[in-house]
Design a protein around this ligand. Structure first.
Ligand SMILES: O=c1[nH]c(NC[C@H](O)[C@H](O)[C@H](O)CO)c([N+](=O)[O-])c(=O)[nH]1
Length: 166
């Protein structure tokens, strides 16, 4: 039995009152779209209305930290604050060190963002050595060898928002 992964969340949560943001990069779009779809589907299973899932995009993963911060601030300013936000990006190793620098810096920036925006920022950055790894983690590889990690991120956003919201 696989031991990795979120598995079942430890109780059924009612997400019907939550407002969750997804902000995704547009690189590696086929993988991104599958991850976003999985996150939305899981949050709807947990009762979050589709109209309460707000989707925004940025060019690439490097733009996720700043885009996420401004996205959360904009929704708060509009009187429609988010209860959690899921930045989603897919980084695939190329022939240069670009991958390493973006992966490391974006990971730290997203982690630290939580203390600035004061809502859960779920880690939705796939850092893959190959395209096959990315496809598998979005559940769209030919063998369907793994589940869609976007579903985990959706469940995580609902749990964190309900447990640790304002
Ligand atoms: O989201 C990604 N952005 C990538 N680069 C773009 C970067 O995130 C910025 O958008 C760009 O550097 C402009 O700031 C990637 N690679 O370079 O390989 C990648 O794999 N994934």
């Amino acid at each position: 039995m696989a031991v990795k992964g979120l598995g079942q969340i430890d109780q059924q949560y009612d997400g019907s009152k939550l407002r969750i943001g997804i902000i995704h990069a547009r690189w590696n779009r086929s993988v991104i779209d599958a991850l976003v779809k999985g996150a939305i589907a899981r949050m709807q299973e947990l009762g979050v209305p589709e109209s309460s899932i707000i989707v925004e995009t940025v060019p690439g993963s490097y733009e996720l930290p700043y885009g996420t911060k401004r996205f959360v601030e904009r929704e708060k300013k509009n009187g429609t604050p988010l209860d959690a936000v899921i930045p989603i990006g897919v980084l695939i190793k190329g022939s240069t060190m670009h991958f390493e620098y973006i992966s490391d810096s974006v990971t730290h920036a997203l982690m630290n963002l939580q203390d600035k925006v004061h809502i859960p920022v779920i880690f939705g950055l796939l850092t893959c050595m190959t395209e096959e790894q990315a496809l598998a983690r979005a559940g769209i590889d030919a063998a369907h060898s793994m589940h869609n990690h976007g579903e985990d991120w959706g469940a995580c956003a609902v749990e964190m928002a309900l447990k640790f919201g304002p």
